[in-house]
Design a protein around this ligand. Sequence first.
Ligand code: BTN
Length: 270
Amino acid sequence: MRSTTAAWHEHRIAASIAPLLPGFAVEAVPEIDSTNTELMRRARAGRTEPVLLVAERQTAGRGRLGRPWQSAQRQEEQASLTFSLGLPLAPADWSGLSLAVGVSVAESLDPTGTHKVGLKWPNDLWVNDRKLVGILIETALPHAAGPGAARYLVIGIGINIGEREAEGMRTPPAWLRQWRPDAAAPEVLRELAEPLVRSVLAFEAQGFAQFAERFAARDVLRGREVTLSDGTEGVCEGVAWSGELQVRTSLGLQTITSDEVSVRPRGMAF
Ligand code: BTN
């Protein structure tokens, strides 16, 4: 098998997370169809161990709502960081998980908010209305699972590290090297992996409410006129304590729960 181009320091990352998740492993591969697809395949085959899978190249990366996810073209420079975290999880309430994940990644990439890394409901990271990070969350239910059993959660994250073309993208891209010229994908992964696992475990224990104010502090839609993919228009009033988007429309306050609905600032194409 081909080896990876970059040094990912898998053992170092795994050692920092194993005290939180016993048996945790980190795998780095040069190429795969999609890190999410692979972890979902493993879960369906009964492999539900906690793992982080990072790929230097995805040939069939997937985004939300069935869209493809294209990495930046300059693979030799590791211009994108693409990985998935898989683990069994059994929170009392799943609502707001994707928002909590967004909060964790935004705080790792821009701890003080200096670089204006914001959160676009439900879980994109934007900088000045340009997309820096996409997140795809999926779950699988193990075969023999009873009521209240843990699901296998797969959190897929794609981060633009280096410059990329806007062509073919719904939202023009932002990239990390715009303010961190030396940013490298392995280093970024080391910075965000452990806080991400901590956030997911905190979510499992206590739900989304503990993240709500931190989401609000970076909410890029709050106070703006927005359009929903079903054509509804209104003004965004932010996110509820349980993670739903609140939009004031001519019919009153609408609470948007479905991940199947897209929302855009008014005037931005879908
Ligand atoms: C979106 O913006 O719609 C979500 C994009 C998620 C992309 C990441 S890259 C790593 C993981 N593997 C995938 O196939 N998708 C996610």
